[in-house]
Design a binder for this molecule. Sequence first.
Ligand SMILES: Cc1ncc(COP(=O)(O)OP(=O)(O)O)c(N)n1
Ligand SMILES: Cc1nc(C(=O)O)sc1CCOP(=O)(O)O
Ligand SMILES: [Mg+2]
Length: 230
Amino acid sequence: MTDFTDEELALDPHFADQFEKGFRPPCQLYLISPPVIGDDFVRQLAEAFDGGNVAAFQLRLKGADEEAVARAAEPLQKLCAEREVAFVINDSIALAKRLGADGVHLGQGDGDPREARKILGPSVQIGVTCHDSRHLAMEAGEAGADYVAFGAFYPTTTKETLYRPDPSILSWWTALFELPCVAIGGITAANAAPLVEAGADFLAVSGAVWSHPDGARAGVTAFAGVLGKA
Ligand SMILES: Cc1ncc(COP(=O)(O)OP(=O)(O)O)c(N)n1
Ligand SMILES: Cc1nc(C(=O)O)sc1CCOP(=O)(O)O
Ligand SMILES: [Mg+2]
């Protein structure tokens, strides 16, 4: 654990200089699977992809054992490859390695990003949960993460959450660092605008897509109006 405060890090020009300032692409959608999926989920995911541009898909099956996640992953990973959507495994560096996933998402208790990099190599995307903490985000950047995730910005029934960042953490991050930031937690097409305006590079969304009353395709399409409008 690096021993310095948020304030010290924020003022450290060397740390900030690790990331070149430059062009930020428009905010994109990062789709998170429901925590439990049925046999029909490949079709639902294809429908979601038909609804608009999705940059990444995270397979997040909480409580399922590795074999079950690996079985579920096979057709989903194939579909993602066909649609040029990055396929990200939640929680498990070992499973991401075994499947040849495009990325792994690590919570604060899911493993060390430096260890993940050693195991997965330079081209696999490593994301790190940073809750509402500038300090955790700077540590993740220093450890070689490819993105940092802040949340939960809004109440959500998908996961029990303890943190509620202000959108200004996104503008603070993007003003200092080129490393992409992800906003997550209770995000809908109706409440996403402040996050996009604050500089989120990705909106990570689950419930608003999978529980959309008109289906997952409409759930993705609903975000078209707010994405990239900062
Ligand atoms: C993009 C993204 N951000 C945050 C999380 C949450 O990760 P974690 O804190 O490890 O919680 P679980 O998702 O494992 O319950 C995420 N999965 N994806
Ligand atoms: C998986 C997850 N992580 C969060 C965090 O705050 O780190 S919130 C969350 C749930 C995301 O699903 P929904 O879009 O349905 O709220
Ligand atoms: Mg996790």
